[in-house]
Design a protein around this ligand. Structure first.
Ligand code: AMP
Ligand code: GLY
Length: 422
């Protein structure tokens, strides 16, 4: 079959890598892709948030299956346009993508489903929001309702910070996304994410992961899109995972179906776990980036079969074949990230990297210039390895990093510390 993947980051490189290993995949196009993707698939330039452009492109290229990577095309309704054109597609409808696109929507669905999450209130004006903060005390969490590229959440430790966050949101820092604000109880615990597929009816777990959001070693410095991840997440095994599935995920999916907007695609379930009890932090309507890279490393070629079964409503008859393995990915980012950084620095040593079922360098933000791979984003490479335990995966990932010659970049040296050294 001919497959089109939308997106151009490390997540999409990992999806493409897994799909290519599956004999069902004849032709693979990734839009826009990047320099790493170009080594294994065709790259195409396409406005991936324009549903009719994507549907036209898919028809013109005899595409049988479209996998949507990032949230923006999902929130824009690209999955709806594809399905309306009769094209098989992995990813939720615009209505179901509200689970990521609106914090208030998610809170309402969780309340209707009885899913445990932080106590909350919503506001569309600064005055009442500030009164509420003063009445609740700190710590407290202030969130822009809409999509804000991961930046619309302020965990305030002092009242002054919380009040400043309100001024920022209603002052327009996050544009439309901040016109409505959700204020939440601060939850204690350890975070982990659970990834499940849902075909509108059946829920099928496909793995757990933990990422490292802070830029610096020891979880210090500003937040990023994620500096590394590993799977499985030990804190989210056994009874805790079972509780998350039964108390949070399944009731939410049932509520979405009851509303007439069943969820189809991968659901990223961000959880806070305290004393073995999971509560929902957030849903994302896509794979995490870089969590996807470790999941694909572990699932390999079957990932395509799973996504197909999800899109075709066959999850009830589908199983995941688990290996007893562990994977880790370490993000290499451009110096300066998550602040301002330069593009164009040359990355050496990639040609000598091993590429097999236990070692893979996924490209997150690269481009090709004069035959050389250059940095073209903030997060640039995802050095990913698999092993029989997490320590072996870590050893392999950092050994690969030793072979990469890129003075323009940096990485965290302590990915996995919570599980390995904590
Ligand atoms: P979100 O975009 O909603 O996932 O929030 C980003 C990050 O803020 C999460 O990964 C948590 O680390 C933190 N966070 C969000 N909501 C809460 C909460 N209610 N309590 C504690 N931390 C939170
Ligand atoms: N790594 C966090 C995310 O993809 O949202």
């Amino acid at each position: 079959m001919n497959i089109l993947i939308l997106g151009g980051g490390g997540r999409e490189h990992a999806l493409a890598w897994a799909a290519m290993q599956n004999p069902k995949c004849d032709r693979l196009i990734v839009a826009p892709g990047n320099a790493g993707v170009a080594e294994i698939a065709e790259c195409a330039s396409l406005n991936i948030e324009d549903g009719s452009a994507v549907a036209d492109f898919a028809s013109a290229n005899s595409i049988d299956f479209v996998i949507i990577g990032p949230e923006a095309p999902l929130a824009a309704g690209v999955a709806d346009d594809l399905r309306a054109s009769g094209i098989l597609c992995f990813g939720p409808s615009k209505a179901a993508a509200e689970l990521e696109a609106s914090k208030r929507f998610t809170k309402e669905v969780c309340d209707a489903a009885g899913a445990p999450t932080a106590a909350w209130a919503r506001f569309d004006a600064a005055g009442p929001a500030k009164d509420y903060i003063r009445s609740q005390g700190v710590p407290i969490v202030v969130k822009a309702d809409g999509l804000a590229a991961g930046k619309g959440v302020i965990v305030a430790m002092t009242e002054a910070e919380a009040l400043a966050a309100i001024d920022e949101m209603f002052g327009g820092t996050f544009g439309e996304a901040g016109a409505e604000v959700v204020i939440e109880e601060f939850m204690q615990g350890e975070e982990a994410s659970y990834f499940v597929l849902c075909d509108g009816e059946t829920v099928l777990p496909i793995g757990t992961a933990q990422d490292h959001k802070r830029v610096g070693d020891g979880d210090t410095g500003p937040n990023t899109g994620g500096m590394g991840a590993y799977s499985p997440a030990p804190i989210l095994e056994g009874a805790v995972a079972e509780r998350a599935l039964e108390e949070i995920v399944k009731p939410t999916m049932a509520e979405m179906a009851r509303r007439g907007t069943p969820y189809q695609g991968v659901l990223y379930v961000g959880l806070m776990i305290e004393d073995g009890a999971p509560r929902l932090v957030e849903y994302n309507v896509r794979f995490g980036d870089p969590e996807c890279q470790v999941l694909m490393m572990r699932l390999g070629a079957q990932a395509l079969d799973l996504m197909l079964a999800c899109a075709e409503g066959r999850l009830g008859e589908t199983q995941v074949n688990w290996a007893d393995d562990h994977a880790m990915t370490v993000v290499m980012a451009a110096n300066g990230y998550p602040g301002s950084y330069e593009k164009g620095s040359v990355i050496g040593g990639l040609d000598a990297m091993p590429e097999d079922s236990a070692h893979m360098v996924f490209h997150a933000g690269t481009a090709e210039r004069d035959g050389k791979v250059v940095a073209n984003g903030g997060r640039v490479l995802n050095v990913t390895a698999r092993g029989s335990d997490l320590a072996e995966a870590r050893e392999r990932a950092y050994a690969m990093i030793d072979g990469i010659d890129w003075p323009g970049g940096f990485f965290r040296r302590d990915i996995g510390w919570r599980s390995l050294d904590g």
